[in-house]
Design a protein around this ligand. Structure first.
Ligand code: GAL
Length: 381
């Protein structure tokens, strides 16, 4: 009997010890970035903020991203946009759902719609947090191609959905030739032929969508030094990027916009400004599969944008290290310190998608991405 009691006591102790070890392991503080590995939040759960972006405010970084769920359907939005906060960029606290989908089937953000690539910016004038995102209406595949906007008084939300639409209806881009506006040529029946490329480059698709508004899929938002904000998105069936100025409250388009890299098939745009140069990193269009990134630079947001080719070097450079860009984060308090943020999508179980964060180096006026198994912010010292 005595033996049994001490045996039970020993088993209990072992059990408590193992349990404590597991909790301790899950809650270990992070002090580096390990791209492609599971990143645990401060509760020990894998971070669920895909296609995300980061906003910095009052000493805190807020990471907003798509909350994915399990299984093949996990890329449709069943929950919403999740937010995490951090003061060091390594350790993230789950702040809950910032923008929630709704049960009402008549709402544009009803459960089962697709909300992708949310980006939040702070409007200093109105002291509001503004979230823009790519929205696809429920059960319509990727046909709606809209941009959506939501607003909040607090960084972590709740964000109130305002509207979604195809932007720039009835307005020509400022880099559009006068003679293209009245061109009446029909769309070439066969895509990807030389005639078809010429047709797209001369604005055939911009004309097609002129009245109804331009398609808007993969997107980001960028706030310049002078507080002007820009919405950058894949348009014209993902063929051409559009850069559009937002109104002073960031809640609408001013209808001043340009096309960038017509027929270049760019998506997943991410942008940063180093001194007086704007740099953009994008991907090609292969859905959830990775491809080679591209890069561009310009002295003005309105171009001309110069193509710089693939920014990645080394092993797996042609697949962007098995990832796709989502955002470029300037590190607060450090000069010339930019983090390339990308997603490793897992379409068969989207919740398992991981994150690739790499430091950006500028070499001879070109952004360079190199793989590191493990790195930390001292890289920028
Ligand atoms: C990718 C895009 C993702 C998502 C996906 C759907 O090309 O970057 O954000 O839209 O396609 O297939």
């Amino acid at each position: 009997m005595k033996l049994n009691k001490s045996l039970i006591f020993t088993i209990c102790c072992c059990f408590i010890f193992i349990k404590c070890k597991i909790i301790e392991e899950k809650q270990t503080k992070n002090s580096s970035f390990k791209s492609g590995k599971k990143w645990l939040d401060t509760n020990g759960d894998h971070i669920n903020a895909h296609g995300g972006g980061i906003m910095f405010r009052d000493g805190v970084y807020y990471w907003f991203g798509e909350h994915k769920t399990e299984g093949r359907g996990g890329n449709t939005t069943l929950i919403g946009v999740r937010c995490y906060s951090s003061t060091d960029l390594y350790n993230w606290k789950n702040e809950g759902i910032a923008l929630q989908v709704v049960e009402n089937p008549d709402s544009e953000i009803t459960k089962g719609a697709v909300i992708e690539r949310p980006k939040v910016v702070f409007n200093k004038k109105n002291r509001k947090y503004v979230m823009w995102f790519h929205l696809e209406l429920k059960d319509q595949g990727y046909n709606a191609a809209r941009t959506g906007v939501a607003v909040s008084d607090f960084p972590t939300g709740p964000f109130k959905f305002l509207k979604s639409y195809r932007p720039n209806a009835g307005n020509w881009p400022i880099n559009f030739k006068e003679e293209w506006k009245t061109e009446t040529e029909n769309t070439p029946v066969k895509w990807w032929t030389p005639e078809w490329y010429t047709y797209v480059k001369k604005g055939g698709f911009v004309r097609r969508d002129f009245e109804s508004g331009q398609m808007s899929r993969d997107m980001t938002v960028f706030v310049d030094d002078n507080e002007k904000a820009y919405h950058i998105h894949s348009s014209e069936d993902n063929l051409t990027l559009h850069i559009s100025e937002l109104t002073d409250d960031y809640l609408d388009f001013t209808n001043k916009w340009i096309t960038l890299a017509p027929a270049g098939n760019n998506e997943a745009p991410a942008i940063f400004k180093d001194k007086d140069t704007y740099f953009m990193i994008t991907s090609g269009c292969t859905g959830w599969d990775p491809n080679a990134a591209r890069s561009f630079k310009a002295k003005s947001i309105w171009g001309p944008w110069e193509s710089l080719g693939n920014p990645s070097i080394g092993k797996d450079a042609e697949l962007t290290f098995h990832s796709q860009s989502t955002y470029i984060l300037p590190v607060e308090g450090k000069k010339n310190a930019f983090i390339f943020m990308a997603d490793r999508w897992v379409p068969r179980n989207p919740i398992d998608g991981t994150y690739v964060w790499l430091p950006i180096k500028i070499n001879n006026g070109k952004p360079i991405l190199k793989w590191y198994d493990k790195w930390d912010l001292n890289f920028f010292n």
